[in-house]
Each structure stands twice: as structure tokens, then as C-alpha cells.
Design a protein. Structure first.
Length: 257
């Protein structure tokens, strides 16, 4: 797999856990070819050396080590439905905020993950605008526990190692543009069982042995877009996220679990 793993592993883990790995991403937007020509008196920047299967993980891991936070937009297609989400994540301290919208929610659902504890706000009258608290150490709700594991799969300490172990082949596809940034696209062949094992998960029955993940890598060796299965993540910024805090006690509903 690749190694710009913070975003990549999040996308891959979402797709894999939901059983979408190896499927075509019908929600992804096709990249436009880079057709812009430089002015006659303008120097053309020399493109960075292409990464290879041998150095992809080490080079991107080194770049990721400098990342303290990131924000982005995720779009996931599953069973004919599309879920969109804005994501903000910090690593020190480790925390994530995700705002999700889709037909499954009937509005916007808000999730906050701090120290392995999930706070979930659903757009339903019973919630009264408050958060449900799920601690995997005490909750009996298997869905909540699975969701916590899903979000923790994006932890850079776990996902970087998982990607490094799972990558089978890195293939340079071509030059592209994400927003205003010139990037290189790489298609990574991943070993699904190795990826999930490194994340502490088992490979579900019927899952393909390998899957392909596409990453758009900048000259700084950071990922600015990733597509895996039915999931696409576009990074909107690095090292720009402020402190993510847990909801105040008065905003939490006791779940009884």
C-alpha cells in the first residue's frame, strides 16, 4: 500500500471494513488532465523523482512524520448510497471530528473520537441535540465498538505501519492537478489481509486478497487525494486544525450500556 497513510489508511479502512474494497468508486470525480502550458519566459519546475515500490513507504512516512493535523472531505459510496463527511484530525493529542451526511442519517451526524471514546450526535428527536457516549471498554453495543475501531484505524501510528506492511506494488500513473496543486498519481496494490492484521482486524470472508488504492502525491510527498474502493478523500489542509475537545458533560446522554 502507500504510506501517506494518514488519509490513505482512513479511506482504505472505511472501504475495507464496509466490504467495499476492490469495487469501483462510482462517487469519485475523474481527474482532469494537466493541459496548462507555462509562459514562454517562465521556467518550468523540475518534477520530483518518481517513487518506486521499494521507497514509497519510507519516503512518504518521512513526510507524514512532520504532520501534526489534517482536514479534508470524504465521499463514500456504499450499496448505492453516498455518504459525505468533513474530517478534522490531530495527532498530539490524538483526536478526530467527523461530520457526516447521507440518506442513512436523515440529516447531519456528528462524531468525535478522543482517547478511544466515541461521542455521537444523531439528527433524531430523541437525541435532543446531545451526544451519545460510547467507551469500547464498557459498551455492549457492537456497532459502536466497530465504529470506534474504524476511526482508530486512521491513527497515524497504526495506519502508517499497516500501509508499509500491506503495500505490494506502487505504480506511477501520471501527472495531475488537485485544486491548484500539481501532483503525481500512484496506483498502489495492497494486501488486504496484511493491512487489516496490522490494524488489529481480521479479513472478512469473501474479501479479495488484494485491492488497488490511488494516491495523488505532492512534491512534499504528502497525499492530497486518495481513492480506495468506493471511498474518496481529498485533503483541504495540513497542520491547520485547532484543538478538538470532547462535549461538555451537560451535552452527553447516558446510554445505559
Amino acid at each position: 500500500m502507500t504510506t501517506r497513510t494518514r488519509v490513505a489508511a482512513l479511506a482504505a479502512t472505511l472501504a475495507v471494513v464496509l466490504g467495499a474494497a476492490g469495487c469501483t468508486d462510482d462517487a469519485a470525480v475523474k481527474s482532469e488532465a494537466d493541459t496548462a502550458k507555462p509562459a514562454a519566459n517562465q521556467k518550468v519546475a523540475k518534477p520530483p523523482a518518481r517513487l518506486t515500490t521499494a521507497n514509497f513507504a519510507s519516503v512518504t512516512l518521512a513526510a507524514n512524520a512532520k504532520v501534526k493535523s489534517w482536514s479534508g472531505v470524504m465521499r463514500m459510496s456504499f450499496n448505492g448510497q453516498v455518504v459525505t463527511a468533513t474530517i478534522a484530525q490531530t495527532y498530539q493529542p490524538a483526536a478526530m471530528r467527523m461530520d457526516m451526511s447521507g440518506p442513512q442519517f436523515g440529516g447531519v451526524a456528528h462524531a468525535i473520537l478522543i482517547d478511544g471514546v466515541l461521542y455521537l450526535q444523531l439528527p433524531i428527536p430523541q437525541a435532543r441535540g446531545k451526544y451519545l457516549k460510547f467507551d469500547p471498554k464498557t459498551t455492549k453495543d457492537p456497532t459502536a465498538t466497530a465504529f470506534v475501531q474504524l476511526l482508530e484505524g486512521s491513527d497515524s501510528r497504526k495506519s502508517d505501519k499497516a500501509v508499509a506492511k500491506a503495500i505490494v506494488k506502487a505504480r506511477f500513473v501520471g501527472r495531475d492537478t488537485v485544486g491548484f496543486r500539481k501532483v503525481d498519481r500512484y496506483d498502489l496494490t495492497m494486501n488486504n489481509a496484511a493491512m487489516l492484521k496490522a490494524l488489529g482486524m481480521k479479513r472478512p470472508a469473501g474479501m479479495p486478497k488484494t485491492s488497488v488504492q490511488s494516491l495523488w502525491i505532492g512534491a512534499d510527498r504528502l497525499t492530497y487525494k486518495s481513492v480506495s474502493g468506493g471511498t474518496q478523500v481529498t485533503v483541504t489542509g495540513y497542520n491547520t486544525v485547532g484543538t478538538i475537545r470532547a462535549p461538555s458533560p451537560r451535552m452527553i446522554i447516558k446510554t445505559g450500556h
